[in-house]
Design a protein around this ligand. Structure first.
Ligand SMILES: Cc1ncc(COP(=O)(O)O)c(C=O)c1O
Length: 424
């Protein structure tokens, strides 16, 4: 152990010695300032949701579910089985393992209305997580200097990926029922954008799910403008009180580009997602993805497919629905009881988050710092706005470890906010 830590060294035939410490010379990286030039415009590189915490803190900030919500036994068995297959020593085709492509295509076809053209297996491209898919989509379908419509608020990772791709973001206000079709129409006309990134199902952060009618109206708007709808179905497996209804299942002519990830429901360690796209758009996305990462590890793809093909997967999803409902209700109830000044405008029907509005005059970043000083880590809402925030919000994730501490967390939030003016 001492050798591994670099504290002693063995010289064969001579003995073991305390390793001489070389005086540490402070490195001079100053030359890089000139070599790198001005910093990129996208601002901070890591989100507050990506921090790892000391175990005594209550974490309501993270975007990924705690281990107890994942099918750990299925994943471990699947990895062991995958390690014994061809996939352990071969290269996957750039578009993905054909069997996994077929699984994603069949899943989407299941929710298609009668008469819709089902996606083919070839329309599915397997990706190493949907975050890298967003980068590929924005590069391949939009490109630097060109406009992209985005709901406001929307997923911080999509905002970051778009900025990194040099795409010009055009925000469209979105609430608990999704964006107004007339607003989307106006924004498409004014900006000339040919793509709209949206989350019709349990949006991160608001939890909004578009009604079937809203979905059809927005799909019509997109079609009329000859545009793409990039549908990020990130929470497909995280339903609570309703079921996901992907718009991509109703689209036969390539307007909807569908992103579906398994990383939050199967395992963040497997990191497997898919994009479903048709026509030349599919080829451009594949070319971009192949230039960036060539292909996704076949071993991880085989393991992910093994998990979702097990009878235990459906049982796991049913259990997950129940656990998420209990957690969501416990956190929402605790806030009602202990932090009445925090407003929950919408109880989400699925997903992992509560999107909470703070009272007038409270500033989200400072509020989050104060909560953290008292042991509760939350995500200030500014990161989810593509332009100036429409108000002071925080995102509270109910899928982290130790939900029994939610009431304690709500008490801290309530204490920091103080009593509600006008209540007894
Ligand atoms: C809306 C949305 N899209 C995409 C992602 C990225 O997911 P992954 O790269 O793990 O598939 C996330 C992760 O939080 C998300 O919330």
């Amino acid at each position: 152990m001492l050798a591994a830590q670099g504290l002693v060294e063995s010289r064969p035939g001579v003995g073991t010695f305390v390793r001489a410490r070389r005086p540490a010379r402070p490195a001079d990286y100053g030359w890089q300032t000139a070599a790198l030039g001005p910093p990129p415009a996208q601002g901070r590189l890591l989100s507050s949701t990506q921090r790892t915490l000391a175990p005594d803190l209550i974490g309501l900030h993270s975007g990924y579910p705690a281990q107890e919500l994942l099918p750990g036994r299925l994943v471990r068995a699947a990895l062991a089985r995958a390690a014994r297959t061809e996939a352990a020593g071969t290269r996957s085709p750039p578009a993905g393992l054909p069997e996994l492509q077929a699984w994603f295509a069949a899943e989407l076809a299941e929710t298609a209305p009668a008469g819709a053209t089902a996606p083919s297996d070839r329309d599915v491209l397997v990706l190493p997580g949907s975050q890298s898919g967003l980068s590929s989509l924005f590069r391949a379908l939009v490109g630097p200097g060109r406009p992209l419509l985005i709901e406001s608020p929307s997923y911080w990772g999509a905002i970051l990926a778009a900025r990194q791709a040099g795409v010009v973001l055009v925000p469209v206000p979105s609430g608990p029922r999704g964006p107004e079709p007339a607003e989307v129409e106006r924004a498409l006309e004014l900006s000339g954008a040919r793509a709209f990134y949206a989350q019709p199902t349990y949006a991160n952060p608001t939890g909004a799910q578009w009604s079937p009618r809203r979905g059809e109206e927005l799909l019509d708007v997109v079609r009329r403008h000859g545009a793409f709808l990039i549908e990020d179905d990130w929470a497909h497996d995280l339903a609570i009180d309703s079921d996901p209804r992907p718009l991509a299942a109703q689209d036969g002519d390539g307007h909807v580009i569908y992103l579906r990830s398994l990383t939050k429901s199967v395992s963040p360690a497997l990191r497997v997602a898919a994009v479903v796209a048709r026509g030349p758009a599919r080829d451009r996305i594949l070319a971009d993805h192949a230039a960036g990462s060539m292909y996704v590890s076949g071993l991880l793809q085989a393991a992910a497919l093994d998990v979702v093909a097990q009878p235990g997967w459906e049982a796991h999803r049913r259990g997950l629905r129940r656990q998420l409902r209990e957690r969501r209700d416990l956190l929402a109830g605790s806030l009602r009881e202990h932090a009445p000044a925090a407003t929950l405008e919408h109880l989400p029907l699925g997903g992992l988050n509560l999107w909470v509005r703070l009272p007038e005059g409270v500033e989200a970043e400072g509020f989050a710092r104060e909560c953290e000083g008292r042991g509760v880590v939350i995500a200030p809402g500014g990161e989810w706005f593509p332009a100036e925030p429409a108000g002071a919000y925080v995102r509270l994730n109910y899928s982290g470890p130790r939900p029994e501490r939610f009431p304690e967390a709500a008490r801290v939030i309530g204490d920091v906010l103080g009593p509600v003016v006008g209540q007894g």
